[in-house]
Design a protein around this ligand. Sequence first.
Ligand code: GAL
Length: 421
Amino acid sequence: MMMKTLGLSAVLSAALSAGLIGPALAAEVEVLHWWTSGGEAKSVAELKKMLEAKGDTWKDFAVAGGGGESAMTVLKSRVVSGNPPTAAQIKGPSIQEWGDEGVLANLDPVAEAEGWDKLLPGVVSEVMKYDGHYVAVPVNVHRVNWLWVNPQVFEKSGAEIPTTWDEFFVAADKIKAAGFTPVAHGGQPWQDSTMFEDVVLGVGGVDFYRSAFVDLDADALNSDTMIEALEIFKRIKQYTDEGASGRDWNLATAMVINGKAGMQFMGDWAKGEFTAAGQVPGKDYLCVPAPGTTNDFTFNIDSFVMFSLSGDDAGKGQENLAVTIMSPEFQEIFNLNKGSIPARLDVSMDKFDDCAKKSNQDFIKSAEDNTLIPSMAHGMSTFSSVQGAIFDAVTQFYNADGMTAKEAAANMVSAVQAARY
Ligand code: GAL
């Protein structure tokens, strides 16, 4: 027996080194993503590890920049030059835009073999399909409408956790008076809009939010409610510090982690930073819904699309990638690091912390209560051109001296209309 096995492997390795046969299942997978912060990098490293364990080679195509705007620009030029990567992090309605270009691979065979329709909630599987066919595979569900709180800063300032916008400003005044920065913020368009959509939801509620950011209804975008939301949003600026302009989101999270700031408005990828810093929710930091949004859930689903590439190797690599991403083992370990919850319904939440457990319960409940809504700031509610138009109007108003909220609302309407037609 021993002789035979040895003999066989010697023949195989001789054939391999002579190039007579290739490594049957191994492929190189080049994956575009923008996960470069501490928590994000730890999460994506798990994907690399699992793929390499299957014999594939991971070619990292990381383009830094929270929210992924730079990554999308780089991706477009790669695809236009006829050289797309194996897979790319693309989400929400943008998947439809890429589908229209005819460059995506059909993942139906693997999706059918693995039963994705049964494993994924409808709100997730819907986003993953183009023209009824699977073209993307989901890694997680992020909740965006969180407020991250440093409880020590609150205690030292005598502030209470806010549940309404009025309470928020009372708390912010106390934190400021105690010498801390009330709100850790990074002045980049996607971060401005992340904070802004929280205010719109808190002030206007889910129906208003949907009219404005999903239906793009001009009356909603130009309404008194929108003007009120813009005013509150702008009022928050005086509670941020001077270094906010241009700051990366994870550096803003670090201000909450190390006790310089009291709060941050950010999706739960921020939890990846707290986790990477060894902090524990309920003790070192708190996760609470943004004021006025307790029963609502703004979702942001990260996913990878596969490009249609020639060659069996490429197809095999894509299949391995899709199967790995959907595996319960990956969905668990990735999301423990990333701060999100698994996209699959059947992954146990036992190892997850209280913030993730709450997110999971609220995700299910908000789907039942019809308060589950797509994040505008994270590309879930509109096409990228419209999202860009809203970003521009919001950030311009946030930074302009002397512009009224009424003018900003009018700007938003015309920018959205111009982007749509
Ligand atoms: C979001 C993305 C998250 C996180 C964040 C900051 O758009 O969905 O996974 O990475 O950007 O980079």
